[in-house]
Structures are given as C-alpha cells and as structure tokens.
Design a protein around this ligand. Sequence first.
Ligand code: CO
Length: 289
Amino acid sequence: MNGNRSEGETRVRKAEKVVVPETTSDGAGVVLKRAIGSLKLSYADPFLLLDHFGSDDPEEYIAGFPMHPHRGIETVTYILRGSVKHRDSEGNEGIIRAGGVQWMTAGSGIIHEEMPQLEGGRLEGFQLWVNLPAAQKMMKPRYREFAPDEIPVHEPSSGISVRIIAGEYEGTAGAVTDLEAAPSFLDVTLAPEFRFEARVSRGRTAFLYIYRGGVIVPRDDARAAAPSLVLLGEGDVVSVEAANEGSSFLLIHGNPLHEPIARYGPFVMNTKEEIRTALSELNTETFIK
Ligand code: CO
C-alpha cells in the first residue's frame, strides 16, 4: 500500500509473471519456443500465441508450415535471421527477409504456407497471433508486408535502438497501421545497463519477450534472461534496464477484447458453433469467401 499516491501519479508497470517458453514443435516439425498459447500462459488478451522459432540446424525448421487455414485472427511474422517464403489463397507471394515483417489479417479465412529458406543454415524469428474483435472476425482478409528498410528505427541515445513495427514510440509511428486491437510491436536493443522507457496507457495488456541477454524489471528488481516473457502489471509506463550483457527484447501491447474465445488450432472464434462452421466449410471447400 502507498497511502501517499495521488490519483494522477505516473505508475511504472511491474513484472506480474515471468514465463519461460515451452519447447515444442508445430507445422511439419519446426522446433520452437512457445511463450503464449501454452499451458503456462494460454492467452494474454488480445494476444493468442507467441512463438520464437530459430535454429542453426536446418533439420529443425526446413519442413516449415505447409498449406494451412486461419480464421478470426491476425498473424504477425517478424524475421531476425534467415528468410521465410510464403504464398496464400489471396494470391500474395513473397519472401520475408531478416528485419522484415508480414502482418496478415486472416479475417473470414485464408489458406497459406510459410516455408523457411536455407540461407547460411540459420533461421530465427517470431510469430504473434492477435485476436480480432467479434465484429471483425469475418472481415475481408488483408495482407501487408514490410521490407527491413521500411520499418522506422528510433535511437533516443547511442545505447538504445527501437524498431517500430506497429504502434508508436516517442512520436514515431510504426510501419503497420490501422489495426483492429490497436496492437503495438517494438523491437528494442539496449547496450549494457541502458534504461528504456515507453508510455503504455492503462488498461492495455503489455509484455516483454527477452530474446538476447537480460533485463531488470521493477518488482524487487526482478531479473529476466533470454528466453523469457515478462507479463507486465497495470500502470502508465514501462521502464526496464539492460543487465550488464545488454539485451534485445520485444515490447508488445494491445487493448484487451474481453470476449469469449473458442479456439481450435488455427481458428479462433467466439463460439464452438463458429468453429464447427469453419471446419465444415473447409471440408466442403467453401472456406475461402
Ligand atoms: Co499460418
């Protein structure tokens, strides 16, 4: 308790939960670390899934994610190393390269494949699933892709670099705009012992995913080292300090939807009936609208 705290005071978001991702595999056998969408953390409204894939061994990723459907969500693929080739039922086709992002709004339905390419034998990246509000679940699919040099970078000082994929940071808008749950997606790199701060409005769900080094997060100065997800509690500001080895992490936040969820593999709807409809449409080839 802090009896002296006034109503309008700025509050720093503290670590509420630290989640070490589960190692699992998905697609045709891609080994990955699942930080959201597992038993430890099934949902961080509006975020349904966060996978961190990566390996120096092509055996662990080359089989990729062959053709599969999605409905009711947005999938965001952000590549750190290597590249992923994709194509989908809307006729989109291309290669996401290191530093690039693909933001796909499945809406009423899309069928796509995501296939890692052999490039120096290495692959690393993330896939985030953002839930769509009930009213937008059956929206027309929308597809956006940004090359590495199309993603704004803001460097407030020499030891801090922020790539703004979506949302906003210190007045600089991200590459992907006009998103349903207004998600924000930053990739932050800090030199040893540098501090990063960002305003994140109250009521938004916010987390860090540390993928290199470590950070010190307020809550008895909790340390979190890669790989780990730090779910942040309520407040106005995110404030973290890099440990002495420096750090790279994602800061992701969005407005919770507070709606019922019915999820079955790549479909996320509000009711079981809507899931049954998706499956029967897939069987009768009426899935793609
Ligand atoms: Co997919």
